[in-house]
Every structure is written in structure tokens, then in C-alpha cells.
Design a protein around this ligand. Structure first.
Ligand code: APR
Length: 327
């Protein structure tokens, strides 16, 4: 994945086309009722109401250039302990968090439209899965923070929810890690300065049980790496199997490729773009809204249950939470 698409150069922070989009829920309900194929592209903003930090945008913990500081193979090679501490904190926070009504609304829309709705998510936090989102309709573009893989060989372990994942990560509270990493000047300096001692000695970090030599690493897609091939094929199969009526762009700055390109792909298949975002100035590939598109500015956990109501009905929050899926 990367942020270096040529499309990025076209980003206009003033978003002149905002006024072209409708903000009427009533109008959206009319369009929704005649829609048979709907795609959602989700980002970190979907999980913001669950208490998880976004990467960029309002309330984001990193700005664009900073996101690359720890989420790269190069950063891991240089200081695997530092990178592991960051992901250890994110694993911990994701495990503490609960799915919100936005996750539940998308899961319910999937059940109501088993063929006609697909969700492509950039989120690695497992919250959609815990909201019982039907798995065939949920494509994890950036994989999962609960997968572990070897940095050197093909070893991969799925759904490991140990917290901390490894004893070497146990003596660092998430708060300590957060304090250290949130100051990205320090984090970047630590990464760039060869004199900075590694956060945790390499020998203490988890090693691959298969090849023995390689270090284990979080199984997420980092900058410069390819997205999971099978997942992309499944997403593309769905996209190519007919016209698309609506593309819901939920809580994402849509600046990381190839995920962000699905907005243009959906558009080319006829979709109206429907932006659900807290911040109208951070919309990346979804910025060029036109007449016929929609913009719902605010919290996805509140907006999704409301705008999808004609299909999903009134959600029973208590019942949904009582049936929260296993991790
Ligand atoms: N409801 C809706 N949108 C929200 C909310 C909310 N409650 N809170 C924040 N947002 C919006 C922000 O305005 C921003 O546009 O969510 C978006 C989050 O954007 P990013 O932090 O850039 O997250 P995302 O788009 O998912 O990042 C893509 O970048 O670092 C990589 O791999 C990482 O998958 C991630 C990818």
C-alpha cells in the first residue's frame, strides 16, 4: 500500500464540490430503496466512536508523513521492538474496545443484502468481525492486527488474541507506549538515529517457530507492501459482476492506495458516492462529489444506523451487544 498515487496530487483541501452533494437523509432513503448493489469502503473513523485512534484527520494521532514512521518493513528492520510496542498497544486497545452501532449497522445491512452488499475495510482492529459482520461480505484489505507472520518466511498464524502477544512486550503498559510513540518526533528520531538503542533487544522478541531465525511481526499490510491477493480478487470479482448503485465512503481519508482507488472504481461502475465523515476537508479520493452524491458529516456510529434504517430497521442495541461475536 502507499500514499503516492498520482491521484493524491489532485487533492484539494478546500473541497470545492462539497455543495454539490445532498445532505438530505430523506433523499438518501429514496435512493437507497432502489439500490441493489452497494459497496462500503471503511477506514479508521468507523472505529473512532469505539475509542480507537484514527491515523489522520480530526483527532488523528499521526499526520500523513508520520504514519509511515512505524508502519513499514524498513522501520521493523531498524527497530523491531519499537514497531512491536506500537502494535502491542494497538492490539491491547482494540481488545478493550467494543464494536459501535456503525459496525452493527453495516453487519445488519450485509444480512439484509447477502449478494448486494460488500464491505471493504482498511481497519485491522477486528471490531466488524465482533459485530458479527458476515465474513464472506467483509474484505480485510489490510489484514488483521491479530494475525502474526514471519518477517522472513511464509509462516502465518491467524487470530491470536494474546495480550500482550509475547512476554517481551509485557512490561510496557499501553500508556507508556503511547507516551513514547505519540511524540512522533521522538519516534522518528529513534528510528533515524543509529545510535539510539533498540527498544527491546532482538533476541528477546518473538521468533518464528517454523524457520527459527526470522522475527515474528504483526500480520498487517505495511506501506510498500502488497495487499492480500485473494482478498483483492474477491473484492474485484464482486465489483466486476455488475453496476454499483452506491459507494459508502466511511471514516477514511481515502489517501492510501490501492484501497482509495475503489472509490473511483465504484464511480466508473455508476455508483453515487456517499461520504460519511467527521471532517469534510479530509476526503482524498472521495473529494470530487457531484450532483447525485451525498455527504453526511458527523460520527459514523450515529449516521449509519440512521441512513440505513429503511433496510436494516431499528437496531436493538442491547440484543446486538449481548450477542457480540467472539474475538
Ligand atoms: N465518524 C466518521 N468519520 C470519522 C470519525 C467518526 N467518528 N472520526 C474520525 N473520522 C474520520 C476522519 O475525519 C478521517 O477522515 O476518519 C478518517 C480517518 O482517516 P485515517 O486516520 O487516514 O484512517 P484511514 O483512512 O483508515 O487510513 C488508511 O492508512 O496508516 C494507514 O494502514 C493504515 O488502514 C490505514 C490507512
Amino acid at each position: 500500500m502507499s500514499t503516492s498515487s498520482s491521484a493524491q496530487a489532485a487533492i484539494n483541501p478546500f473541497w470545492p464540490s462539497a455543495e454539490m452533494a445532498s445532505t438530505s437523509v430523506e433523499e438518501f432513503h429514496t435512493v437507497l430503496s432502489s439500490s441493489t448493489r452497494i459497496m462500503a469502503l471503511c477506514g479508521a473513523g468507523l472505529s473512532a466512536a469505539s475509542g480507537l485512534e484514527t491515523f489522520r484527520g480530526a483527532g488523528g494521532m499521526w499526520r500523513n508523513y508520520q504514519a509511515t514512521a512505524l508502519a513499514t518493513p524498513e522501520a521493523f528492520e531498524r527497530d523491531p521492538g519499537l514497531v512491536w510496542l506500537f502494535y502491542s498497544m494497538r492490539r491491547h486497545k482494540a481488545l478493550q474496545a467494543k464494536p459501535n452501532m456503525g459496525h452493527y449497522a453495516l453487519a445488519e445491512l450485509s444480512r439484509k443484502m447477502p449478494e448486494g452488499f460488500i464491505t471493504l475495510t482498511q481497519n485491522v482492529d477486528g471490531l466488524s468481525q465482533r459485530a458479527n459482520h458476515p465474513r464472506p461480505q467483509l474484505k480485510l484489505l489490510h489484514d488483521s492486527i491479530f494475525d502474526i507472520k514471519c518477517f522472513d518466511c511464509d509462516y502465518r498464524e491467524m487470530n491470536n488474541f494474546d495480550d500482550p502477544y509475547h512476554p517481551s512486550l509485557a512490561n510496557h503498559t499501553p500508556e507508556e507506549v503511547n507516551d513514547r510513540l505519540v511524540n512522533t518526533v521522538t519516534a522518528r528520531a529513534a528510528l533515524l538515529d543509529p545510535a539510539t538503542p533498540p527498544a527491546i533487544p532482538r533476541s528477546e522478541l518473538p521468533h518464528c517457530p517454523s524457520c527459527k531465525d526470522g522475527l515474528l511481526r504483526p500480520g498487517v499490510v505495511w506501506f510498500g507492501e502488497s495487499l492480500p491477493e485473494e482478498t483483492l480478487e474477491e473484492a474485484d470479482d464482486w465489483v466486476n459482476s455488475g453496476p454499483i448503485d452506491l459507494c459508502l465512503v466511511i471514516g477514511t481519508t481515502a489517501t492510501v492506495y490501492p484501497a482509495a482507488s475503489y472509490v473511483d472504481i465504484a464511480r466508473s461502475r455508476g455508483a453515487r458516492i456517499v461520504v460519511i465523515n467527521m471532517d469534510r476537508e479530509e476526503l482524498g479520493s472521495a473529494k470530487n462529489l457531484r450532483d447525485g452524491d451525498f455527504l453526511f458529516e458527523g460520527d459514523a456510529s450515529k449516521i449509519l444506523p440512521e441512513i440505513l434504517k429503511p433496510i436494516i430497521g431499528d437496531l436493538d442495541e442491547e440484543a446486538l451487544r449481548a450477542n457480540e461475536g467472539g474475538k
